[in-house]
Every structure is written in structure tokens, then in C-alpha cells.
Design a protein around this ligand. Sequence first.
Ligand SMILES: Cc1cc2nc3c(=O)[nH]c(=O)nc-3n(C[C@H](O)[C@H](O)[C@H](O)COP(=O)(O)OP(=O)(O)OC[C@H]3O[C@@H](n4cnc5c(N)ncnc54)[C@H](O)[C@@H]3O)c2cc1C
Length: 432
Amino acid sequence: MAATLKPRPMPPSLWAATAIPAPPTPALDATLTADVAIVGAGYTGLSAALHLVERGVSVAVLDAGEPGWGASGRNGGQVIPGLKYDPDELERMFGPELGPRMAEFAGKSADLVFDLIDKHQIACDPVRTGWLQPAHSPTGKINADRRAAQWIKRGADVALLDRAQMADMLGSEHYCGGWIDRRAGNIQPLSFARGLAAAAIAQGVAVHGSTEAQTLRREDGKWRIEAPGGASVLAEHVLLATNGYTDSLWPGLEREVISTNSYQAATRPLPASIRAGILKGGQAASDTRRVLLYYRLDRDGRFIIGGRGTATDEPSPPLFEKLRQAARAIYPQLAEVEWGNHWSGRVCFTTDHLPHLVDLAPGLVAALGYQGRGVAMATNLGKLASAYIMGTPADALPLPVATKLTPFPCHFLRVPALYAATRWYRLMDMIN
Ligand SMILES: Cc1cc2nc3c(=O)[nH]c(=O)nc-3n(C[C@H](O)[C@H](O)[C@H](O)COP(=O)(O)OP(=O)(O)OC[C@H]3O[C@@H](n4cnc5c(N)ncnc54)[C@H](O)[C@@H]3O)c2cc1C
């Protein structure tokens, strides 16, 4: 008899407090068959489900929480195209055939999010006026200029900003210039996840919340996923879409990624006089620090700021206080404002800093590793995973398909190692 599930209620956050209602996703309590079973109802799993069902495939999605319970319902809602590596680097790393295709795919990745929002009329407060990357230092400015120049060379709608232009757009003198990427935007992240789930359900996808996939095994050439209470799904194909919440369901996968927490804090709605002076064009921003700060306003004029946290899920009050201090350093006018929600969620890193489709076994694929920037990329990898499952050959995809990721050495030391690395990078950020 399978163990029972510890309930995973939606954790409190600004997004949980202001999202559209969740569609009904009852726990699985029977034996189901489907062409494809997906573990994880975040952007990866839900986008894959939608793209599969549109091709006439039967799909079951299981989540231990509910759609958007993971990072997809807790993130900063910044829809930013691109990968960790800039287009020139991608061409150097992956050669003249795959490199440009990867860069093009990365550059267009925000489009899919806004197209899905339009297509399924998802009420998630989409704003598409761009994303700012302010430079925290002269070195940061050089990097930002180089990045923008590479996209400009490829005809992307981006522009370099000098110190005065950046100060005007941010409403803060804190930075020394940077660039704007007008392909980007922002959304209410949990509403987007719930909207994707509702659209998938409307098209016949079976989405089951409160359903932890506890075991995964081969059975007569198919995959059997067992859930609590004896319920199960038998499927031809399985997609693991668990990113920062990857557990031991598939042995070894957990050790091929590192999860750490990102923290956010939000003010109460700002008085009109203060709100008018901050990010007046509606852009979101994330700066060039190695341990970056990211911030934006929501539709009601709350200021939301986020930053890197700890490798454990224990909430850390001093980290939230640090975020508020950082907000006041950028915007001194926030000194007296009241703060409301704060929350955190897990982001997922790979050793090569790239997201991956991983072909784990016949009929078993994982899609994960968004390096903390997955609103656009996870939605796209869900689509790519659906194409791969439907038979698109690996070499026709704009990302290499791996059969195994390089595991992190000494994974068991990740908590102290991440702590040390974060302190080192913060020091470097202070120096240049
Ligand atoms: C605080 C924070 C801020 C962020 N800000 C941004 C941002 O502004 N812009 C940006 O681009 N990216 C951002 N990100 C990253 C982005 O949110 C993620 O990359 C993206 O949401 C990953 O989506 P996913 O569907 O792959 O995973 P998730 O949304 O994390 O979903 C994984 C799901 O798998 C489920 N699961 C795991 N194991 C099992 C199991 N055994 N059985 C059943 N279910 C299981 C979990 O319950 C979870 O719901 C942020 C992340 C965090 C945490």
C-alpha cells in the first residue's frame, strides 16, 4: 500500500492572494491510462500538456500540490527572453549550425508566453513594455553593453541605455546605465499557471492535484506511476517536469541539479505619488549583480523585490529584511512604506547553466534546469518536450537533448557550498 501524501497547500504569497481562482484538480483516486503522463503542473508540464492535447494525444498531469504550487506560482513574473549565455557565446559553444538556432529560439522565447495568454484569454495582467537590466557597476555596464550589442546585431528590439536614460526609466539614480529588452514583459505568475491548467482541462487533459507520483516503473513496455492510496497512471510516455522540486522519483536526477531558494517581498499598494516615480513605463528589472536583485510593480502598484536566498526551505527573516533594505537603497522614497507579503520558492541549476531536455530511458523524458529564469523558457521547453515525445528528432530541436546531465560533485555538500558561493559573489559584486 502506497504511503499517504503530506498535504501541500498553496503557500501564502502576494500571487496566491491576488490570482484568478484555481480550476478544480481533484486528487487521482483511480487507475488511469493515458498516452502521456506528466509529473509536475508548472509551466513546463502544463505547456507540454496543452501542446500534446492539441495534437490529439491523451494526457494526465499529476502534481503533489496544485497547478502553480512550485516556482511557477511564486516567481517574479518577469518574462525575459534569452539564456545565461549571450548569442555569440552560444555560437562559439555549439557551432555554426546549432548555435544560431539556439540563439534565435532563446531570443523569441517570450513570444510563446504572450501568445498563449492571448490564445486562451488568460487573465494574468500581461504587460509587454520590456525588461530593464540596470548595471550595478562599470563592469556590469560593459557586460550589459556587450549583451545588448549582440542582440542589436541580430535585429532584436533592444536598446542601450546611458545612465540618465536608465535613471529616467527606473526612477532611480542607483545604476550606471544598462539596456532594455522590449521583447520582454511581466505577468501575474500564478494566474498564468492557473490559466494554462484551465485551458488544458477544457481541452480534455486530466489534471490531478494533491497527487504525488511516488513510484515510477516499467510495466509491459509502458510506464506505471503510482500515487497515494493505490491510484496510478499507466502511460506510453512520461515527462518529468519537476525542476527545483525534483525528488527521488527517478534515481539520480535529483543529484544532477541543484535547487536553491529565491526570496521576494512586496509592499502594500503604494500611494499614487510614490508609484508614479517608479518604473513608470511598467517594465520589470533585474540588475547585473552576480547575486542579482529583481523588481517590478504589480497591477495594483505594489513594489515587489526578489533576490537569491538559501539552499534550505527554512524561511529566513533576515533575508527578507535584506531585500527591504536593498529596495530602500534603490528607491529611498520606499523608506516609510508598509510592507505586506513575503515568500520564497526553489530555482534549479545545472552544471552547464543551461536548461535541458533529458532522455532518461525509452519513453521517459525530463525537462528542467532554468537557472532561475524559466517563465519564458519552461513554457518553451514544455512545447519542445511535447514535440520530442511526438517524434520530432533531437537534431531538429533548437536545444541539444541530453541522455544524462553532469552531476554536481559532492552534491551532499550543496548547502554549505551554496552559502560560501553566495557570500563570495556578493563580495565580488561590491568590488566590481
Ligand atoms: C522566487 C522565484 C522567483 C523567480 N522569478 C522568475 C522571474 O521573474 N522570471 C523568470 O523567468 N523565472 C523566474 N523564476 C524561475 C521560474 O519560476 C521557474 O524556472 C519555472 O516556474 C519552472 O517551472 P516548472 O514548471 O519547470 O517547475 P515548477 O513550477 O517548480 O513545478 C514543478 C512541480 O513539480 C511538482 N512535483 C515535484 N515532484 C513531484 C512528484 N513526485 N509528484 C507530483 N508532483 C511533483 C511540484 O509540486 C511542482 O508544482 C523564479 C523562481 C522563483 C522560485
